[in-house]
Ligand binder design. Structure first.
Ligand code: ADP
Ligand code: MG
Length: 728
């Protein structure tokens, strides 16, 4: 075994599980380090409390005086918990969280100092923002952007730092982060949905969007992971032959969690509890060393923050347990990749889940209204939804033979399909009393029973209705949920807005009763969005053919998928809903395309490096051993040497072919990269990287993986799949 591998494996064996003691109940730990409603009630004056709550609930502005009071109380609360620094915590378009710590400590002259934190520092900061992606919104020499407090996501303490969730915008007002458009989208869906709710209940004043994410990830021993340059630099393995045993025995899924992983999870959960992430479930996933963690769902903005925070905390806790967390969508070929299901719904301030069927026919009509409008929204914007989850790493799932496919479709189950079929038959115009009764008793009235047996869950569907929520399953494990949540809430907001206009028009012009008008419009929506509904197997070739007939897009790669983001329709949609200006939409497109290019570029460099500097020299070394051996045999057996050394000779030849294969393809790839780099137009450049550079990865990998099987294990320099995936 190569020295590097030997020491990595030896090191990994020496890690004993760090036992995690749980002294306190989780419910006692929960939110202990969060400046939440409870803490605010205790620490803020009545006025200040009211001011913040009104900002949270109604989006009112917090005035200076109140901000000063809040800052001062926040500081005292934080100092009492041993905190020394504060930071504006935000989510720039790099996808990871950003922070810059400042101490509360300030000198006041005369050798004296105090701990200070005023409204100014709470409300607004100016990070040196020149090196965050901005898609051409700011030139670096005028790199002025600022972060501004988002009171709807409570401040929290991590370590000894008070973290204040903020938005990040340019001085010219454009969003430079994930949170700003999300907040705007949530506002849009609130307005549109509240207006529609008024058909059913005049008391509804606010509708919130909820998100419950499920985070999948791999845990790999830290020493083994760091022995692999590809994992270290790209978060995934660029080569490596499948292990003799993979996931075929299904012995990992829901199996007992290995002790070392369990200890990691327990400490992770404790940390999550303290910062108010309500983690609830944990289990093994399908692939070896793959796991999942999910919280109780929350208001979407908070849930997005919590997911970003979680991904950060995971890395830190893992390191303490000598693990490396791999959040990449496809760290290992040949076993399942990781996703992040986004469970989504809408609920009213009167406590009604709008995607949960109710007890009365009227509340079920409300359910159907939101249910069908969501389907229509997805139908009309399937390509935009696909674009929202596009990334180089997620292409390994969506474009390849992995769940779910790149084609967006909606699964609703057999029972609701029947309900929609019946609604499609509703009379055009006024309904007879008999028809109304029939609808009430036999269609709308029956829904609750029906959904109880809606257990048929199609695992291949990218967007599935699961009883009382939709589950957007195509989101990548590494993604910031802000992007898909912005798009989903925006398209639903737009759809509900149009729905309201259409229903009102029917009531006014055709003199229809409210529910008649609703039935009429829903009928048309069902007809119009039939093509997006799909209950079958999403993996099959039959579906690809069928989807094409239906006119659904099937964008397997990021450069193709992202196009939808800057279509005229998308730009107009984001503008109309006040979610993003044209400049913001175009900037985001540019950032995402550039990120794609860089991603593939880095992978290309790393792959060339490992294959040429690690694999080829090792293969040559082994080949020389074989050559020496054959020569020795020739000395002994003279003329007959061929009959005893044929195997070795074949092997020498085979190794030669693979070395040649690697060298030729690496040269080709380097050439293609050079050509791609010379292209000015970023769209064309991304296409070159996607269709000229990237396909060569597979060819290079093919030869490397073959050599892994041929070359002496003793000298193979790279930690193997069996070691990475089965070390527990
Ligand atoms: P699975 O997809 O693994 O079968 P479940 O159906 O048990 O999972 O639920 C998955 C997730 O759905 C949970 O994380 C839960 O928080 C979330 N969830 C449940 N109700 C809602 C809702 N109304 N809005 C958003 N998420 C929800
Ligand atoms: Mg799920």
């Amino acid at each position: 075994m190569s020295t590097l591998r030997f020491y990595a494996i030896k090191e990994s064996m020496s890690h004993k599980p760090i036992p995690v003691e749980e002294k306190e109940r989780r419910s006692d730990l929960f939110g202990k380090n969060v400046f939440n409603e409870n803490a605010m009630r205790q620490h803020l004056s009545k006025d200040a409390y009211k001011g913040v709550m009104s900002a949270i609930e109604h989006g009112t502005k917090i005035d200076r005086n109140i901000a000063d009071q809040v800052a001062s109380s926040m500081k005292d609360w934080a100092l009492s918990k041993g905190v020394t620094h504060y930071t504006h915590w935000f989510q720039p378009l790099t996808g990871i969280t950003a922070e810059k710590h400042d101490a509360f400590f300030e000198t006041i002259g005369g050798g004296m100092s105090v701990e200070k934190f005023g409204g100014d520092q709470l409300v607004q900061q100016e990070p040196d923002a020149s090196s965050f992606p901005n898609g051409g919104i700011r030139n670096t020499f005028e790199a002025r952007g600022y972060t501004a407090w988002d009171p709807t996501s409570p401040a929290f303490i991590y370590g000894t730092t008070l973290c204040i969730p903020t938005i990040f915008v340019a001085y010219t007002g454009e969003a430079l982060d994930y949170k700003t458009p999300l907040l705007r989208a949530l506002h849009a869906v609130d307005n549109a949905a509240t207006a529609v709710c008024k058909y059913f209940d005049k008391n509804v004043k606010k509708v919130s969007s909820s998100l419950g994410w499920e985070q999948e990830y791999f845990l790999v021993d830290k020493s083994l992971a760091s022995s692999r340059p590809d994992i270290t630099l790209t978060g995934r393995t660029l080569l490596g032959h499948s292990s003799a045993k993979g996931q075929q025995l299904d012995d990992h899924y829901f199996g007992s969690i290995p002790t070392r992983a369990l200890n990691f999870m327990r400490e992770l959960e404790t940390e999550c509890m303290l910062v108010g992430i309500p983690v609830k479930t944990r289990h093994n996933e399908v692939a070896p060393n793959q796991f999942e963690l999910a919280p109780i769902y929350e208001e979407a903005n908070l849930a997005v923050d919590h997911n970003s925070l979680l991904m950060d905390i995971m890395g830190r806790v893992a390191s303490r347990h000598n693990f490396k967390v791999l959040l990449h969508e496809k760290p290992f070929a040949g076993v399942n990749g990781s996703g992040k299901h986004n469970n989504w719904s809408l609920s009213t301030d009167t406590g009604v889940n709008l995607l949960g069927p109710g007890k009365t026919p009227m509340s079920n009509l409300q359910f159907l209204t939101f249910f069908i409008n969501t389907i229509k929204a997805v139908h009309d914007n399937e390509d935009l939804l696909r674009a929202a989850i596009a990334s180089a790493s997620n292409d390994h799932r969506l474009g390849a033979n992995e769940a779910p496919p790149a084609i967006i479709s909606v699964f609703i189950g057999e029972q609701l399909t029947k309900v929609l079929e019946e609604l499609e038959g509703v009379t055009n115009g006024k309904l007879s009393p008999e028809e109304k009764t029939d609808l009430k008793l036999n269609v709308v009235g029956k829904i609750p029973d029906v959904l109880l047996d809606n257990t048929d869950r199609n695992r291949t569907s990218p967007f599935a209705f699961t009883g009382n929520k939709f589950e957007f399953r195509a989101v990548g494990s590494m993604a910031n949920c802000g992007n898909p949540m912005t798009v989903l809430n925006t398209i639903v907001a737009k759809q509900l807005k149009d729905f309201k206009v259409e229903v009102d028009a029917l009531i006014d012009k055709k003199d229809l009763k409210k529910d008649e008008a609703i039935f009429n419009i829903l009928r048309e929506y069902i007809k119009a969005s039939r093509n997006i509904l799909f209950e079958g197997n999403g993996y099959g070739d039959a579906w690809t053919v069928e989807a094409k007939k239906r006119g659904l897009s099937n964008n397997k790669t990021t450069p193709e998928a992202l196009k939808a983001r800057i279509s005229k329709k998308a730009i107009a949609l984001f503008e109309e809903m006040n979610v993003m200006s044209k400049v913001e939409t175009e900037a985001r497109y540019e950032i995402e395309i550039e990120e794609y290019i860089m991603h593939i570029q880095i992978e290309g460099r790393v792959l060339a490096d490992i294959s040429r500097n690690h694999v080829v020299p090792t293969a040559v070394k082994y080949q020389n051993v074989l050559i020496k051996n054959v020569k020795g045999l020739k000395d002994i057996f003279e003329e007959q040497y061929k009959s005893v050394s044929q195997e070795q000779i074949n092997l020498i030849e085979e190794i030669s072919n693979h070395i040649e294969g690697i060298n030729a393809n690496v040269t080709k790839m380097t050439d293609e990269r050079r050509k791609a780099n010379a292209i000015e137009d970023i769209e064309k450049k991304a296409h070159a990287y996607c269709f000229k550079v990237r396909p060569l990865f597979d060819d290079i990998r093919y030869h490397c993986d073959k050599l892994e099987l041929l070359v002496d294990d003793e000298i193979w320099p790279l930690t193997k799949y069996r070691e990475l995936l089965f070390t527990r």
